[in-house]
Design a binder for this molecule. Structure first.
Ligand SMILES: Cc1cc2nc3c(=O)[nH]c(=O)nc-3n(C[C@H](O)[C@H](O)[C@H](O)COP(=O)(O)OP(=O)(O)OC[C@H]3O[C@@H](n4cnc5c(N)ncnc54)[C@H](O)[C@@H]3O)c2cc1C
Length: 508
């Protein structure tokens, strides 16, 4: 292999510690990138420790992941009880009149036909004119989600939709493990009990419980929240995001699938001290309540989730989890890269964790190929990954600070919290003063992480417009769009998409 820094004369040896989704995604991506070079990848995982077993919703990036590996949806989706995700709908996040819920679509090329009307109307509504600006009316993805349609258009439909997936975390891990093994990745079931670090700050070897050790030229820490290598052995500092993302706990509980049809969206419903997800798989619905332990006890959170699901008094088992929200100061330190929960986590509201795993590994492959172990490469890489974490964090933080709920101390504290980046501050001010949000989103770099549509959906979706009685009719000179044409266009496009449940069943 041509990467510099190999400390052995044989193949360049990479040891990945951790067999959760992050570890197996890294193994598959690295093996695919370096298959034709002299590289030997080993994944070590401890079955007794197990995986976190959540993380069942994705962004559209996961499609690129499987496409890049040459794995067709018809191969992996049935094996992982997977379904399609048109986007996320947010319920009860706002007490404002009108927007009890809204849908956040993934950006798609067909939006070019309808988004200009959305931008126009939301801008003038911010300026006090009575124009329809609820995001749900303007996007085909929202129509597909509302009508439980799969985002796979008929053959003659000329646009491809952007979509993510829902899937079983354990089955995805098993699928990726099998795929990696068939591609030449070595798999070892063992618990790492010690990490030896050289005087120069590189990892030399891993000691295994029960005897034996593993030497490698490069190590990937995919040990989940434990972060045994990067935060543990190499002592990489961790920057917490707790001052503006309060959630630190979750309780998780499955329910049977909805017999009336298969949702094609994630639902995020605000509860008293956080929010609950509803993720439809082919064989069950995944549910969980992400909350802050400063505001709610674990027992009360479980009780509230049971009540939300209509399961009060039932003996369905619940799982309780702790979350560490933030990121490491350096994602790549010495000869170790952290991926997944070991590098950091931004709570799961926009299901971005696997997206960040994928982009971290892909950026690493590019950086490593381009310059190997140079300090400059590593520094550029760390800056790029940290910036991405911060960009995603900004959007999630705005969900909480833009909320209009005031019914509990938790929501009041979130709404009053002004700890946020300059970027978010600028966007909020621009919105409130009727400024050019498109320009502001571009100038602040916010569009590197979420497009203009997403920022408008969020602020508009939570009802940050002048109150209904303060709105005035738009004067004729501001022109505008014929909304009946737009809505009819969306409806007609929707005719090209199949019922989600039927489509999934036919393909299984
Ligand atoms: C409540 C919650 C909801 C989430 N929802 C989403 C979502 O919707 N979408 C999304 O993209 N992400 C989500 N995530 C994040 C997602 O779960 C993780 O990013 C993903 O599962 C990857 O986890 P991981 O592989 O880093 O860690 P884990 O799954 O914890 O895997 C760690 C691995 O390390 C191994 N290990 C640990 N210590 C040792 C040792 N000493 N020796 C050997 N092996 C060891 C374990 O055996 C295991 O194989 C969510 C997370 C939480 C907490």
């Amino acid at each position: 292999m041509s990467v510099t820094g190999a400390q052995s004369n044989g193949p360049f040896r990479i040891a990945i510690v951790g067999g959760g989704t992050a570890g197996w995604m890294a193994a598959n991506l690295m093996q695919a990138a370096w298959r034709d070079r002299d590289v030997a990848i080993t994944v070590v995982e401890a079955p007794d420790i197990g995986i976190i077993g959540v993380g069942e919703g994705s962004t559209p990036q996961l499609k690129a992941f499987f496409d890049g590996l040459g794995i067709d949806e018809s191969a992996w989706m049935p094996a992982c009880n997977a379904t399609y995700k048109n986007g996320i709908s947010f319920h009860r996040w706002s007490d404002a009149e009108g927007p009890a819920s809204y849908f956040h679509p993934f950006p798609a090329t067909i939006d070019a036909h309808t988004a200009p009307a959305f931008y126009f109307n939301s801008h003038y509504r911010r300026c006090g004119y009575d124009l329809e600006a609820h995001p749900d009316h303007f996007f085909l993805s929202a129509h597909l989600a509302r009508n439980r349609l799969a985002p796979i258009g008929s053959e003659n439909f000329p646009f491809q939709m952007a979509y993510g997936y829902h899937f079983d975390a354990y089955l995805v891990g098993a699928f990726l493990r099998k795929n990696a093994a068939s591609d030449g990745v070595r798999h070892l079931e063992a618990e790492v009990s010690g990490v030896e670090v050289s005087a120069t700050g590189d990892i030399e070897r891993l000691r295994l419980k029960g005897g034996g050790d593993i030497e490698a030229d490069f190590f990937v820490d995919a040990t989940g929240f434990r972060s045994l290598l990067l935060q543990g052995a190499l002592k990489a500092p961790f920057t917490s995001f707790a001052d503006n993302l309060f959630a630190d706990s979750a309780v998780v509980m499955p329910t049977p699938t909805d017999p009336t049809g298969l949702n094609a969206q994630t639902k995020a419903t605000a509860l008293s001290a956080g929010w609950a997800w509803d993720i439809p798989l082919t064989n069950r619905t995944g549910n969980g309540y992400v909350y802050s332990s400063q505001y709610l006890s674990a027992d009360d959170a479980e009780e509230e989730l049971r009540a939300h699901l209509g399961l009060l008094g039932s003996d369905v088992a619940a799982r309780r989890l702790k979350m560490k929200v933030g990121q490491v100061a350096e994602h790549w330190r010495g000869n170790c890269l952290a991926v997944g929960l070991s590098q950091g986590f931004i709570e799961p509201l926009e299901a971005t964790a696997l997206h960040l795993v994928q982009s971290t590994v892909e950026t690493f492959i590019d950086a490593f190929d381009g310059g190997g172990f140079t300090a400059a490469r590593r520094s550029d890489f760390n800056k790029a990954v940290s910036r991405r974490f911060e960009g995603v964090r900004d959007y999630i933080v705005l969900h909480y600070q833009a909320t209009k709920r005031r019914d509990t101390e938790y929501w009041r504290d979130n709404a009053a919290n002004r700890k946020r980046s300059d970027r978010v501050e600028r966007l909020v001010n621009c919105w409130a003063t009727g400024g050019d949000l498109k320009r502001e989103v571009a100038e602040t770099g916010a569009s590197d992480f979420y497009p203009l549509t997403s920022w408008i959906c969020l602020l508009g979706g939570y009802g940050h417009y002048p109150a209904g009685d303060a709105l005035r009719p738009p004067p004729p000179d501001i022109g505008g769009f014929d909304l009946s044409e737009i809505f009819e266009f969306v409806r007609r496009c929707g005719l090209n998409f199949p019922d989600h449940r039927r489509f999934i069943d036919q393909r299984a």
